[in-house]
Design a protein around this ligand. Structure first.
Ligand SMILES: [Zn+2]
Length: 303
């Protein structure tokens, strides 16, 4: 059984493909920060919490990607009176998981896209919280919330004691190395979050994916993330070349990846990220777009 790793008094996490945070009070009341992608992740989390003699009373989800709230359904069934907290806007997806494949695809998605990677089981949401920086009292524990949008529309990072559960506001270097183009909804927001993160007052930063980063290593890891985002923008700008449709741009970017998409789900995740970079370049005045006999073509901006 995977055990909770303690980082500080009352602060730990369960390592996994998606890290789940756990914070607790001296009387044993525990709050999870995200729950992993599925029933098994939920079960592992509950077992690890109980093995430490803690009592799970609430879940705070950081954002609505299926791999971060997919354990909620199991936990809600197993733990009476469990309370789920979700950020404003993101909460709609927890209640209606169909929204994720729907927004990635743009219409009713084919059944093949309505899978567990893009769509977790729905979760009740008992409390919707704002994602501006501030305090959040959850089951008697005083958490801090930090706006961490960019990767997702209204993602939050959650702090307790000296530990920041940063969700997908940054990725571990090993994860960046593997996937190269980090998923994003809003590039400017993502870069802004990466800058603001440097000033958050914690000793430990636990990303959703990757090992916890201590304060002395934080700048190096954030620099690597900024580099990856900027390289992704540059890949997209180069893929536009002298002009291309969005699908041509996606194809050209994919061709250069060590791990190009191998199924429709990963294709649409990459496509959404490419679209975010196209928006960013358009709004920075580096690209324009034009309708050319029914084709929407992206073009380098005229000087
Ligand atoms: Zn995510």
């Amino acid at each position: 059984m995977q055990e909770l790793v303690q980082l500080a008094e009352g602060c730990g996490y369960l390592p996994g493909g998606v890290n789940a945070g756990v914070v607790w009070a001296p009387d044993g009341r525990a709050v999870a920060v995200d729950t992993g992608g599925d029933r098994e992740a939920g079960r592992n989390l509950l077992r690890a919490v109980q093995a430490r003699g803690l009592r799970l009373v609430a879940v705070v989800n950081t954002h609505s990607h299926a791999d971060h709230y997919g354990g909620n359904d199991y936990l809600l069934r197993q733990v009476p009176h469990l309370e789920v907290w979700a950020p404003v806007f993101e909460e709609a997806v927890l209640r209606n998981p169909y929204l994720e494949p729907f927004y990635l695809y743009g219409a009713r998605p084919p059944e093949a896209l309505q899978n567990k990677w893009l769509m977790a089981k729905p979760s009740a949401v008992h409390h919707v919280y704002p994602t501006g920086d501030g305090e959040l009292q959850v089951a008697g524990l005083m958490l801090r919330v930090h706006r961490a949008d960019g990767h997702a529309t209204r993602q939050a990072a959650v702090g307790f004691g000296p530990v920041c559960y940063a969700a997908d506001s940054f990725f571990g270097p090993e994860v960046l190395e593997k996937y190269e183009v980090p998923f994003t909804h809003d590039v400017a927001g993502q870069l802004d979050t990466l800058e603001r993160l440097r000033g958050w007052p914690y000793e430990w930063f636990v990303p959703g994916h990757g090992a916890p980063v201590g304060r002395p290593d934080l700048a190096r890891v954030l620099d690597a993330n900024v580099r990856a985002v900027r390289q992704a923008t540059e890949r997209v700008r180069r893929a536009v070349g002298s002009g291309a449709t969005a699908d041509e741009v996606v194809h050209r970017v994919a061709e250069q990846l060590r791990l190009p998409p191998t199924n429709p789900s990963t294709y649409f995740l990459l496509r959404a990220t490419v679209m975010a970079h196209l928006t960013y370049l358009l709004e920075a005045g580096q690209l324009s777009w034009v309708l050319d006999r029914g084709a929407l073509r992206w073009l380098p901006a005229a000087d």
